[in-house]
Design a protein around this ligand. Structure first.
Ligand code: TRP
Length: 374
């Protein structure tokens, strides 16, 4: 069986280090490994609209940001098909048929959707006439896991590199595939999620130490941040609030600077920037004992991050001077994605037997039936 990747991001803002260690870095590695037959990377604008109906301009402006982040991170249009979700209308048709295979009750149990409903303030039963609060859950938002199942199955994806929060979506997709194949005959492929192998990368905390790096919390380091911005952000990062003097013993648990080092610092970088330590564990032990200051550890992190971000910045600068070309890449990618999705949709229609005009047997049989009664 072909090995196919499909994954993507909502274009609601620029991508940050959480996206990078959670999935983007992996995608680039998988692309460069040459082990996949096809790779589709999607800018999920239609999904972003499910909870941004009142702000389409935000989505429209951020498509280019995500595309620039993709290209700067090292996704290569010659090897990965980059496309825009809304430009592949076949995905909507698939979702419409899949909707019949999923219950409202099942959707209500999806933990990611549940959490997002809380986060977005889609509280049900807001007081009548209350225009300050969002009133109720948009149907499109509630059903986006079904739309995501179309995204994945349209390309017969076997592998979805994504963060932990996407696990319920993949589970839902597998259920839909299972049900579809059971009812209409084997047609669709069950995907597997590919999570980051390093547990700290599952959910990178924000620079403020909060559980998640997130634009709305204002605790992000963006792939497009300058070296100066990164320096400022790291210098003001959350560490151990009880580590007041250099000689005090320090805590590693919940200390964001060390979490980031775990996510980013390679042994080579440690040797290069902190040659006194043979491993991160030694560095941590020194901090725990006391005698290692926050600023020193932060300087190491700044060097490590800039080594990761410098080539990304360089590529971004290159593509920022070629915006028309980037749109051409997305247009060509969308055409290619559309072809692949259309092929799957044709199989789905065949399996469901809603391909009436191609079904010569159906027409002939009904013609015979009625001819006999003439
Ligand atoms: N839900 C993903 C996000 O919030 C975006 C997305 C849409 C996606 N369709 C997908 C991810 C299919 C993986 C596979 O960023």
């Amino acid at each position: 069986m072909e090995k196919i990747i499909l994954t993507g991001d909502r274009p609601t803002g620029r991508l940050h280090l959480g996206h990078y260690v959670g999935s983007l870095r992996r995608r680039v590695e998988l692309q460069n490994s040459g082990q996949y037959d096809k790779i589709f990377i999607m800018i999920a604008d239609a999904q972003a609209l499910t909870d941004n109906a009142d702000n389409p301009e935000k989505i429209r402006q951020n498509i280019i940001e995500v595309a620039l982040d993709y290209l700067s991170a090292g996704l290569d249009p010659a090897r990965s098909t980059l496309f825009i979700q809304s430009q592949v209308p076949e995905l909507c048709e698939l979702a419409f048929y899949y909707m019949n295979l999923v219950t409202v009750q099942r959707l209500q149990r999806n933990p990611t959707v549940k959490a997002e409903i809380q986060l977005r303030g889609f509280a049900e039963g807001a007081a009548e006439g209350d225009t300050t609060q969002r009133q109720g859950i948009p149907v499109g938002f509630f059903t986006y896991p079904i739309s995501q199942a179309s995204d994945i199955t349209a390309f017969k994806a076997t592998t979805v590199p994504a963060g932990e929060d996407q696990e319920p979506m993949i589970e839902q997709t597998r259920e839909i595939v299972h049900k579809f194949n059971a009812v209409y005959g084997p047609t669709l492929v069950e995907p597997q999620i590919l999570l980051p192998e390093n547990s700290v990368c599952l959910r990178l905390p924000g620079t403020d130490g909060k559980a998640k790096m997130s634009k709305s919390l204002g605790n992000c380091i963006y792939l497009s941040d300058t070296a100066d911005e990164v320096k400022k952000k790291v210098m003001s990062m959350y560490t151990d609030p009880d580590h007041l003097r250099v000689d005090d013993p320090g805590k590693i648990e919940g200390n964001t600077v060390f979490t980031y080092l775990d996510a980013f610092c390679t042994p080579e970088q440690l040797t290069k920037y902190a040659p006194d330590y043979a491993s991160l564990d030694e560095l941590k032990a020194h901090y725990r004992r006391g005698g290692l200051g926050d600023v020193k550890v932060k300087r190491l992190l700044i060097a490590v991050l800039n080594e990761v971000l410098d080539p990304i910045r360089e590529r971004r600068h290159y593509y920022e001077g070629r915006i028309e070309e980037v749109y051409k890449v997305l247009e060509a990618g969308s055409a290619k994605a559309r072809e692949a999705a259309a092929a799957t949709l044709a199989e789905v229609r065949n399996a469901m037997r809603i391909n009436y005009f191609e079904d010569k047997e159906l027409i002939a049989e009904q013609a015979r039936h009625y001819a006999a009664r003439q």
